[in-house]
Ligand binder design. Structure first.
Ligand SMILES: [Zn+2]
Length: 158
């Protein structure tokens, strides 16, 4: 889904962007769904990083994902984003998931699942990507098992 970019959209984006020179990232200051910024534009809900891509780089080709190079899910800096296909997306999710496990992957993974769901991933694709049951994905999406040990089949450290 692409948006029509006009002055209002640019203004909306700029009003909600915080430059963080200490991190090199631009942080989203608008609404959030989990760790991912969300923009409400033209009666549509769109990921803030996707909005950033559309504003600065142009339309997102169908079937491609906007992914983070910087591992900061609230980052919307265009140079920290890249387009990937579904395989890149799944690889990226899994890589980041593994990397974060020792800290607090339970919640992080749930956020990722929710974010990818919002962006159009099917429940069955998510179940496959995260190696868990369709039921577990549904539970995450319904926020029932936010810190569930079901998510990747292990106990969260908290
Ligand atoms: Zn960044």
């Amino acid at each position: 889904m692409n948006l029509e970019i006009d002055d209002d959209v640019e203004w909306y984006f700029e009003e909600r962007t915080l430059d963080r020179p200490d991190r090199g990232c631009w942080e989203w200051e608008g609404s959030f769904h989990g760790n991912y910024g969300i923009a409400y534009i033209q009666n549509k809900k769109v990921g803030a990083h996707r909005l950033s891509w559309m504003l600065h780089k142009g339309p997102i080709p169908k079937g491609l994902w906007v992914l983070h190079k910087c591992d900061n899910t609230s980052c919307i800096r265009p140079s920290h984003l890249f387009l990937g296909d579904n395989d890149d997306n799944m690889a990226d999710m899994l890589l980041k998931g593994r990397g974060r496990y020792r800290e607090h992957l339970g919640a992080e993974t749930a956020e990722q699942i929710i974010s990818f769901f919002i962006e159009g991933a099917s429940i069955s694709d998510l179940a496959e990507a995260f190696d868990c049951s369709v039921r577990a994905i549904r539970d995450v999406i319904n926020r029932r098992t936010y810190r569930s040990r079901k998510i990747l089949g292990y106990d969260p450290p908290i």
